[in-house]
Design a protein around this ligand. Structure first.
Ligand SMILES: CC(C)(COP(=O)(O)OP(=O)(O)OC[C@H]1O[C@@H](n2cnc3c(N)ncnc32)[C@H](O)[C@@H]1OP(=O)(O)O)[C@@H](O)C(=O)NCCC(=O)NCCS
Length: 196
């Protein structure tokens, strides 16, 4: 039952459990790469240093076992808008296969988005399945002139999505007609994480 899971911030001590979860959720091919990404991102000075757009939440069951995880890390818009637009990207999101399709992924993402809104975040990006993320409030980002750090195949263009946590921010950005690139923190900026 996912209602008995508690959502809390992760600490450095959770890293082995997060790697185990990544292997279970993403499988033997993608799992090791995601575990390496988590290691790199959670150890990155910007993320570990408590940046307001960095947020790592775990869902733990009654025994304290980590069964879900979501990570948000800061991104920069280039060229930078004035005034600044604090922004983050959601990646990755993982739920233990035994607990999937019970709403835990949604709960983790929604809790993270609420906390980011409270810490002044204006935009959150994601690269993922539109069928899943549109239900969480995301919509295609390209129409706002917001481009991913690395090109995405045209067939998957809708997978690049954004959500505004402050009213009017997307409209203000688009009004200037400037196309901006979304530059990620650390390893998430590497091309290998942007393939189909
Ligand atoms: C994607 C994931 C995090 C969703 O977590 P979850 O707790 O199972 O999802 P929820 O219970 O909140 O939502 C379930 C709904 O999303 C849909 N869904 C789940 N995974 C999906 C996916 N990969 N693509 C599209 N839809 C998906 C299901 O159809 C389900 O809808 P339904 O209840 O109408 O059948 C989880 O399936 C997972 O860990 N997958 C492997 C890792 C992964 O692909 N992560 C996302 C990329 S970063």
């Amino acid at each position: 039952m996912t209602t008995s899971t508690k959502i809390r911030r992760t600490t450095a001590a959770d890293l082995p459990a997060l790697a185990t979860l990544a292997h279970a959720a993403f499988g033997p091919d993608e799992g090791p790469e995601i575990a390496a990404l988590l290691h790199g991102l959670l150890g990155h000075p910007i993320v570990a240093g408590g940046h307001p757009q960095a947020l790592s939440l775990a869902a733990a069951d009654l025994a304290g076992r980590v069964c879900g995880h979501v990570l948000f890390t800061p991104v920069q818009l280039a060229p930078a808008p004035t005034p600044a637009v604090p922004a983050a990207i959601l990646a990755p999101l993982a739920v233990d296969p035994a607990l999937q399709r019970q709403g835990l992924g949604r709960r983790l993402a929604r809790e993270g988005l609420a906390q980011l809104r409270d810490s002044g975040t204006a935009l959150v990006f994601v690269l993922g399945d539109p069928r899943y993320y549109t239900r969480l409030g995301f919509a295609p980002a390209a129409r706002w002139g917001l481009q991913p750090q690395h090109a995405i195949p045209a067939a998957h263009a809708d997978a690049w999505m954004v959500q505004a946590l402050q009213p009017g921010v997307l409209e203000r950005l688009a009004a200037g007609g400037t196309t901006r690139r979304v530059v990620c923190t650390g390893m998430l900026g590497e091309a290998r994480y942007w393939g189909p």
